[in-house]
Design a protein around this ligand. Structure first.
Ligand SMILES: NC(=O)c1ccc[n+]([C@@H]2O[C@H](COP(=O)([O-])OP(=O)(O)OC[C@H]3O[C@@H](n4cnc5c(N)ncnc54)[C@H](OP(=O)(O)O)[C@@H]3O)[C@@H](O)[C@H]2O)c1
Length: 272
């Protein structure tokens, strides 16, 4: 029995080491520009989608804490302590919503929005294929169409978490659908002032308020291979990329190491 558990432990350790070596060797394809053209009010009005989720809570935290963000809209089915606190502070404007294929009631608000941080989504293990497509493709495409009909003026950027393993030609339905979404978002945005960015994130460690010993252990194990980012740092990377108005073109795919690098650039610019 002891030998069995020891073998399991060794296999797990080898897998973690191998994964980290792979991440370290292959991730990080974008060089963060040192003197990028910046527009400091590029994130004046931010909308967070999926703000009640594990990733979205950190995107919301980053937006609330950013002094250049003047207003944060949250479109959601329910509230959380962070949303409630943001509403109480006057910075967050929460709108309860049910049908995420229809945003026609929010044209006035969408006309104001510069930056969308999209953390709405679910696991392919929790829903059938048709529902997965509806949540990840139909919701997002309907949103972009409505946003573009309400606003046609830069700065506009949409940041979407697709996830590591996204692959338009992949074997898994989820990977193909998220790959299709990456392409369709960029195509919709191409003739407009909107830039769309897809984050092929690995493990997104929840905010400190929602973390526990297991999430911190996951972070520790995946850090050497740049396979983890905190949800707040991911939000900061998104805000940084919006601010760099000419650095990355519409449709850029951002891997986990790239998002770590942009989060670091954000933190350095805030420290100045
Ligand atoms: N967490 C990670 O480590 C990680 C890594 C890579 C990629 N991602 C991707 O990031 C996205 C979010 O992941 P997560 O871990 O934050 O998920 P999560 O904790 O389950 O949060 C999901 C969010 O999406 C909302 N949502 C889900 N289904 C919805 C529906 N049918 N209608 C309206 N809202 C809906 C949830 O709202 P309610 O609270 O109202 O249910 C919640 O705000 C997913 O696409 C996931 O694949 C996550």
């Amino acid at each position: 029995m002891k030998r069995f558990f020891l073998s399991i432990l060794v296999i797990f350790a080898l897998l973690v080491i191998g994964f980290n070596l792979w991440g370290y060797a292959t991730l990080g394809t974008i060089d963060v520009a040192e003197n990028a053209e910046r527009q400091e009010d590029a994130n004046a009005v931010v909308l967070v989608m999926g703000a009640t989720g594990s990733a979205g809570d950190g995107l919301l935290k980053a937006a609330i804490e950013d002094p250049s963000v003047k207003k944060v809209y949250v479109l959601t089915r329910r509230s959380t302590p962070r949303i409630d606190a943001g509403v109480a502070s006057g910075k967050v404007d929460m709108r309860l919503h049910k049908d995420f294929t229809d945003y026609s009631a929010f044209a006035t608000e969408l006309a104001e929005v510069n930056t969308v941080l999209w953390g709405l989504g679910t696991s392919s293990l929790k829903v059938d294929d048709a529902t997965y497509t509806r949540i990840h493709v139909d919701f997002t495409i309907a949103f972009i169409k409505e946003w573009l009909s309400a606003r046609n003026e830069a700065p506009m950027a949409l940041h979407y978490i697709t996830g590591m393993g996204t692959d338009p030609k992949g074997d898994a339905h989820w990977a193909r659908e998220k790959g299709r979404l990456e392409r369709e978002m960029a195509e919709l945005a191409a003739p407009t002032p909107l830039r769309t960015f897809s984050y092929r994130s690995a493990y997104i460690r929840p905010t400190s308020e929602n973390s526990n010993a297991l999430t911190y252990l996951g972070e520790l194990l995946l850090k050497p291979g740049k396979l983890v980012i905190t949800s707040k740092a991911l939000g900061q990377a998104m805000l940084e990329i919006s601010t760099r108005i000419t650095e990355l073109p519409n449709g850029t795919l951002i891997d986990n190491a790239d998002s770590i690098a942009y989060a670091q650039a954000y933190q350095e610019s805030m420290a100045q």
